[in-house]
Unconditional design. Structure first.
Length: 701
């Protein structure tokens, strides 16, 4: 943007020039901030402290605890922080306290629905189901803040709410829900471990039974060989007793099955025959006789009813006897099983204590070892299963609330003092930024210092505006001691000092502007009159062939204009043309135009005629002032800029766009010869300087 760096003086100058804009920006920002502070609903923040115990403790045995490293402890605490922040904890809290129906976090009418309601239109049905829960969840999570207190095991759970009591209750509810979920997770984990261990215990029990049965089966299958090898008569007797016990058990089992079937089918005759009980046989025969008599009696008679009652009574007696008999048979079967187990155990002990071949010893030892391993495994699993069942019902959470949230005394947000200070700082920064933006890019130019910053020119002056409706250039003659006249003389002095040719004849001064109506022609005329009043021979040429204006300012109406001369030069010896004359108010010579051109004029200014005119003029006058066309409007100035010994760029106060000034300056620097100085003039400056300080120096009309 700039070719040189800004100095502190430049920044202060910009701030002074743009003070109103900065002040307005600060005022607007602070006003909006105050409106926000008075309109926003205050929020109260309540905080509960939760202490995390990173050590896994056994409630049934407090001496058992898992020691963890420091990094693991930090990871554990950070993990609990994330769990507290999770949507699951917030959702569980919402469900626990019914937050969906809460007026602050629950559904509200949207702005559109409120507008509809205000004009009598029914609002929409609103959100339902998952969308409603998600909306409440989003609001509630935004109100929750979870932070770890430094490197401690303390976690601060804060909730923002519109009511201080509500904020405290919500913060405590979040902490309690988190602890409840943690406890339930531990209990559920214990129950899952118990279920898995129970399955393993059941399999171990089956395996133990199979190994014990395998040992017994091996002994029974090889009992004859064991008996032959040991020659023990007691072993043979035990085998006979075992066979008899098994036989008796099978017989009792068969009888019990027949009795059960007879009971289920109501075959009382078969039941009595199976048991061989004469009393039961008599009852069965009596029932059969009553059943026969019942079939011969008409239904719905008194005798029919009595017979049915007697039959029912006999059947109840029979069923009672059947139940007693079944229980007795089952007791017999159980006794036979115990006898068989006793004889089997005695046989095992006798075999193991007796003499056996090495092959038998190896096989028996192998089966014994498998049974012992299965027994130990089963006992270990069973013991662990009992421990897990006890732990599942005696779990405690690894976290606890050490400081419940209390209702805050004052609102936590908005923090009015901080917001106002921040808003003021932002407003100052924004105001300064807008000031620089306005200084360099937006709006017109309002000071010579601003013009210097924009163009990066070292030579900048200004010419003040005058009051009234008269021609400003007339003040050079009418009010020579006015501020305007002094400013034009300062411009003349700047030109003379800059060129260093105050005593050399034929100095060409190019007066240009970026766009039309910037006071360029008036400045050129005033500058010519100033030179004329100082005793210089000066020639002012109106080079704006498209829209000449000098003749209008001089109240002159030449028959022909400078355009006509360039198109058709006058032969030598001809009488003086009407477009060349003297300024009526000074001795300055003026070449005027007479009207706008209807043909391209750039080539006329680039012609040999114009070049010869400038060369001849350099030999006879001291100063030649060229009033040119606007740089950005037409190309004419491009063809005469190389004649200039110095260029004056006229910029109108507060109106010329800054971008146009930059573009025109860049173009003018390329058009003039190398090292040709350019003076920027802020024209028609609306000065507000205190004239009392200059009293006695200026004499205004």
């Amino acid at each position: 943007m700039q070719d040189t760096d800004l100095t502190l003086k430049d920044v202060i100058g910009i701030a002074k020039r743009q003070f109103r804009l900065i002040l307005l920006t600060v005022f607007l920002c602070l006003t909006l901030t105050l409106v926000y502070l008075f309109s926003v609903t205050p929020k109260y923040r309540a905080t509960a402290l939760v202490l995390i115990d990173p050590v896994q403790r056994n409630v049934l045995d407090p001496r058992q605890q898992a020691s963890v490293a420091g990094s693991t402890e930090n990871a554990r605490v950070e993990s609990e922080v994330e769990i507290l922040r999770s949507a699951a904890t917030a959702l569980a809290t919402i469900e626990k306290i019914g937050l969906i129906a809460d007026p602050e976090f629950g559904p509200r009418l949207s702005l559109t629905d409120k507008l509809k309601q205000s004009v009598g239109v029914a609002p929409s049905n609103g959100q339902t189901g998952i969308a409603l829960v998600q909306d409440t969840l989003s609001k509630f999570r935004n109100a929750i803040t979870v932070k770890r207190r430094g490197l401690t095991y303390l976690i601060a759970v804060s909730v923002d709410a519109e009511n201080p009591d509500r904020a405290a209750s919500l913060a405590n509810a979040v902490a309690e829900t988190y602890i409840d979920r943690q406890l339930q997770a531990k209990i559920a984990s214990s129950f899952r471990a118990r279920d898995i261990l129970k399955e393993q215990t059941d399999r171990a029990s089956e395996n133990l039974t199979q190994t014990e049965d395998a040992l017994d089966a091996f002994i029974v299958e090889n009992l004859d060989q064991f008996t032959a090898e040991s020659s023990a008569q007691a072993l043979r007797e035990l085998q006979i007793q075992l066979d008899q016990a098994n036989k008796n058990r099978l017989q009792a089992k068969a009888r019990a099955d027949r009795v059960q079937i007879a009971r289920e089918t109501g075959n009382w005759d078969s039941f009595s025959e199976t048991l061989g009980n004469t009393a039961l046989q008599s009852l069965a025969a009596e029932r059969a006789e009553l059943q026969r008599r019942l079939s011969q009696i008409t239904t719905n008679t008194a005798e029919n009813v009595n017979l049915r009652a007697e039959i029912r009574k006999i059947e109840e007696t029979l069923d009672k006897n059947v139940a007693e008999s079944l229980n007795g048979l089952r007791d017999e079967i159980a006794q036979f099983d115990r006898d068989a187990d006793k004889y089997t155990d005695q046989i095992r002990q006798s075999v193991l204590q007796g003499q056996m071949s090495s092959q038998m010893v190896t096989r028996v030892f192998s089966l014994q070892q498998e049974a012992a391993i299965a027994r130990n495994q089963y006992q270990a699993l069973l013991s662990r299963l009992r421990d897990l069942e006890a732990q599942a019902t005696a779990q405690i959470a690894d976290s606890r609330i050490v400081s419940e949230a209390l209702p805050p005394r004052s609102a936590g947000s908005p923090q009015k003092t901080k917001i106002l200070v921040l808003a003021f700082a932002v407003a100052i920064g924004l105001g300064i930024g807008l000031a620089f933006l306005n200084e360099y890019y937006i709006g017109g130019i309002t000071s010579a210092a601003q013009l210097r910053n924009i163009t990066q020119a070292s030579r900048v002056t200004s010419i003040p505006a005058i009051g009234g409706s008269g021609l400003a250039a007339d003040q050079i003659i009418d009010v020579p001691l006015s501020a305007y006249s002094e400013a034009v003389r300062r411009l003349r002095s700047e030109i003379d000092i800059t060129t260093g040719k105050t005593e050399t004849r034929g100095k060409v001064v190019l007066v240009a502007s970026a766009i039309p109506s910037e006071g360029k022609s008036t400045t050129a005329l005033a500058l010519a009159r100033t030179y004329a009043m100082s005793g210089k021979d000066v020639l002012l040429i109106d080079c704006d062939l498209r829209k000449p204006s000098l003749h209008t300012q001089l109240n002159m109406s030449p028959d022909s204009g400078f355009l006509d001369y360039l198109q058709n030069p006058m032969p030598s010896g001809a009488e003086q043309p009407s477009f060349y004359d003297r300024d009526p108010r000074s001795d300055a010579a003026v070449i005027m135009g007479a009207g706008g051109s209807d043909i391209p004029t750039d080539q006329l200014l680039a012609s040999n005629v114009f070049d010869k005119l400038i060369r001849d003029a350099r030999n006879v006058v001291d100063v030649i002032i060229l009033d040119t066309a606007p740089l950005l409007s037409v190309v004419d100035t491009r063809y005469i800029a190389h004649h200039a010994d110095i260029a004056v760029m006229s910029v109108r106060f507060g109106q010329t766009p800054q971008a146009d000034v930059r573009t025109a300056m860049a173009e003018l620097k390329q058009l003039v010869k190398k090292d040709v100085p350019i003076i920027n003039v802020l024209n028609l400056e609306q000065t507000s300087k205190d004239r009392r300080r200059l009293q006695g120096y200026y004499v205004d009309a």
